[in-house]
Design a protein around this ligand. Structure first.
Ligand code: S3P
Length: 773
């Protein structure tokens, strides 16, 4: 193997030194993977070194190892990758033997060496001492996983699944070697992150070494007591929970405490001053501060518990009823295989509006009386909202094609038994954050992979200003979100940093329970369904230009709602009608709320042949039929004021722009980067795959259209597209197939069900050829 080959899917010889719990579990996980995916496995054979000949013998007998040895010098011969999984103090000796094997030509000098020790500075120092300089192919790593039982027989191929593995690259490290070590850990199901070695040691001193030291020292104090037997007899759950880790290996912890001496002593110093603080609070009976400290700690611990729960949370269960269905699309991958078809014609209806469907469940649940909703979108996003309110005690039934909501009144929600699972839905999570912040009970919200990456501080920050106690996760302020109930909210004046209907609606909803008036100003008008629907439920809300005011303390009165067809879903067919051949398309009874019609304005500017007919008002929202005929689209500079009014339609507008004559430029659309995916980058990647030139901007994109006047030429080639958990990416590339020369395959299309469950069927009924697999 050469350096260049490190990153490729090579057939590597892996040698694990130390067949304890970590080493043997790592080997077993890779072995299982290579048995399952022989064609994809980077591992040719696994060998091991262990002082215990029985472990080697068992490893070979169980088919885990091809070979093994009790000698490091002999056992590492011919290895491409060595993982050292011995106690930290034994690492220098192992490195010395590896060095001898290299010097004697038994082992290639560019072999990758990694370890699993829980201190990293001492390991780097040992490597430097043994090799003279830290080898470029030495990649320190630390899996944050363990178990009560140790040894070869306790091995568990799933030990690292959902656990973090920290890789600590040094200054001279070879990037390919890092990539190989990273890929191996990823195969075990671990979440691999990188960190500087010093920071690793500081962090671990607090999160692991100090707690172990405290557990050992407290238990030691009890054990040294004269009448310790009696004391242990009276010790209850608190002592049992706190001292559990003091039953771990003394040798291992002795080694770790000494190996991470500096960072641990520093953490211990700070902890001692923290203890003195507590001592003083108790001595002076400083109740207020003591309570506050205990409360802060409790909230932090509970949030930590929710983060842990989420790591292992299975995707929610499914049942036969679509209303009861919860979201499980991470588990069942789906792809579209689409053959090119150009003849597009027909008249269709698309499902109900997603934004309005969310809001009628929310307001209907909080109203006094029974509300009846027709045209509700039974997509997974709106169903996540529906399920959340059922979890909080609201009776919601389906009668024929209507949804009946038995409102519980403004103060009638009950705490859910489990964290509320919001699936892929940003609207559910952000709007509910406002409602939950004002409840008398604590709540937790979690979401799928895509939602768990999206920014939630944008709602948490203003909610905190109102007095909410709300915690997001990680440096980027994402889900899970923990909300502590029983707070008194105050009205605030808030200017939104971005035009966002979700932030605006979150604050409007929180202000229903706040003291006084909340005034919200948006930089640009965003969709106003919350404001309109509050009016329909009889709640006064004042609007003056871009500013909205709402006073807390009122009640909502149940009402019947008709949900119009979703213009965001219709947009796929508007673009399809314009770029495809055939007669074009008519989409019936589409919601035409002026805060949503940016897509029509943009398509018209691109000279699409669009006509609007049968304009009506239903339930306070305008609707109309939209007809779009095949058109010679032209590239334009999209006016920035239209961006919030077409915010969800850009993926499919990029497809339109690719078919246009000339260049289309979008700016002022940075928000697209924090949607279900980074829609600027993900679309640019997909368009490039299909042969479209584009330039990615920080806040937009330039697309060089390939349209030719008077022709329906194939502007896209074929190719494979990854939709990145984003329904609108998947549907947009499906539309592109009407101007493609070859098959387009789109992966991850199961997310289409979040907003448009019958998309493929409907698209095929007007001429596309989507085969769902
Ligand atoms: C939505 C608002 C928009 C939109 C989302 C639905 C809503 O998000 O992208 O699909 O229902 O309020 P932002 O308000 O964050 O732009």
């Amino acid at each position: 193997m050469t350096q260049d080959n490190h990153s490729k899917q090579l057939q590597l010889n892996l040698c694990v030194i130390g067949l304890g719990l970590i080493g043997a579990s790592f080997a077993q996980s890779l072995k299982n993977h290579s048995l399952k995916h022989a064609d994809k496995s980077p591992i040719a054979k696994i060998t091991a070194v262990d002082a215990d000949a029985n472990s080697i013998r068992d490893g070979i007998a169980h088919g885990l190892l091809s070979l093994g040895s009790t000698s490091v010098y002999e056992g590492v011969a011919g290895a491409d990758v060595i993982i050292i999984a011995v106690p930290v103090k034994a690492v220098p000796d192992v490195l010395t033997k590896i060095n001898q094997a290299i010097n004697d030509g038994k082992l290639r000098s560019d072999c990758i060496i990694s370890d699993v020790s829980s201190t990293k500075m001492s390991i780097l120092a040992a490597a430097k001492a043994v090799f003279g300089a830290i080898p470029a192919t030495f990649v320190p790593a630390h899996p944050i996983a363990g178990a009560e039982n140790s040894g070869f027989l306790a091995r568990n191929a799933d030990l690292f699944r959902y656990h973090k593995v920290i890789i600590c690259p040094h200054d001279e490290v070879d990037a390919n070697a890092v990539q190989v070590v990273k890929s191996l850990w990823q195969i075990t199901g671990a979440d691999v992150i990188q960190m500087d070695a010093k920071r690793h040691d500081d962090v671990l001193a607090y999160t692991s070494h100090l707690p172990h030291l405290l557990a050992f020292s407290l238990t030691h104090q009890m054990a040294s007591h004269d009448d310790n037997l009696d004391i242990f007899r009276y010790a209850a759950g608190g002592f049992r929970d706190f001292s559990r880790i003091a039953a771990s290996s003394p040798i291992m912890w002795h080694d770790i405490f000494l190996a991470n001496k500096d960072a641990l002593l520093d953490a211990l110093d700070k902890y001692q001053s923290q203890l003195r603080d507590f001592q003083e609070m108790i001595e002076h009976e400083d109740s207020a501060r003591l309570l506050q400290c205990l409360d802060t700690a409790r909230q932090a611990r509970r949030h930590f518990g929710h983060m842990l729960a989420k790591k292992t949370q299975p995707t929610a269960q499914k049942s036969n009823s679509s209303l009861d269905k919860r979201i499980g699309y991470d588990m069942n991958n789906q792809s579209y295989y689409i053959s090119p078809r150009q003849n597009i014609s027909g008249t269709i209806s698309v499902p109900g509006d997603k934004s309005i469907s969310h809001r009628c469940i929310m307001l209907g649940s909080l109203a006094d009386g029974v509300s009846c909703v027709s045209g509700f979108l039974e997509g997974e996003d709106a169903l996540a909202t529906l399920q959340a309110f059922r979890d909080m005690g609201v009776k919601i039934e389906r009668k024929g094609d209507k949804i009946i909501i038995h409102g519980v009144g403004i103060d009638g929600l009950k705490p859910a038994n489990n964290p509320l699972y919001m699936g892929n839905s940003g609207t559910s999570m952000r709007l509910l954050a406002g409602i939950l912040s004002a409840q008398a009970f604590d709540s937790v919200m979690t979401g799928d992979v895509s939602l768990s990456k999206r920014p939630m501080e944008r709602v948490a920050t203003p909610l905190r200003q109102m007095g909410a106690v709300i915690q997001t996760t990680g440096d980027r302020g994402t889900a899970p979100i923990s909300i502590t109930g029983n707070q008194t909210l105050q009205g605030i004046n808030y200017t939104l940093p971005v035009a966002s209907a979700q932030i605006k609606s979150c604050l409007i909803l929180a202000s229903l329970w706040a003291n006084g008036t909340t005034t919200i100003t948006e930089p640009e008008i965003s969709r106003d369904h919350t404001e309109r629907m509050l009016g329909a439920f009889g709640y006064p809300i004042h609007k003056d230009g871009n500013t909205i005011s709402i006073t807390g303390g009122g009640r909502l009165t149940a009402t019947d709602i008709v949900v119009p067809a979703d213009i965001s879903s219709a947009a796929f067919f508007m673009v399809l009608g314009a770029i495809g051949g055939g007669e074009g398309l008519t989409i019936n009874k589409v919601g035409m709320n002026p805060t949503r019609t940016g897509v029509i304005d943009i398509l018209k500017l691109m000279r699409a042949d669009i006509s609007i007919s049968n304009e009506k008002l239903i339930g306070g929202e305008p609707i109309a039929d939209i007809t779009v005929r095949p058109s010679d689209l032209h590239g334009i500079d999209i006016p920035e004021h239209l961006v919030p009014l077409a915010i969800d339609e850009f993926p499919v507008l990029f497809v339109a722009a690719s078919c246009a004559i000339g260049t289309t430029k979008l700016t002022g659309a940075k928000e697209l980067r924090v949607k279900e995916s980074d829609r600027i980058q993900v679309m640019a990647d997909g368009l490039t795959t299909l042969g479209i030139d584009c330039t990615v901007l920080d806040d937009g994109i330039i697309i060089y259209g390939k349209g030719v006047a008077g022709e329906r030429n194939a502007v896209f080639g074929g190719g494979e597209i990854e939709s990145h958990h984003d329904h609108r990416i998947a549907m947009s590339f499906a539309v592109a197939s009407s101007r493609a020369s070859d098959e387009i395959v789109i992966h991850g299309t199961q997310t289409v069900a979040t907003s448009f469950p019958n998309f493929a069927q409907l698209a095929n009924s007007v001429g596309l050829a989507i085969s769902v697999k």
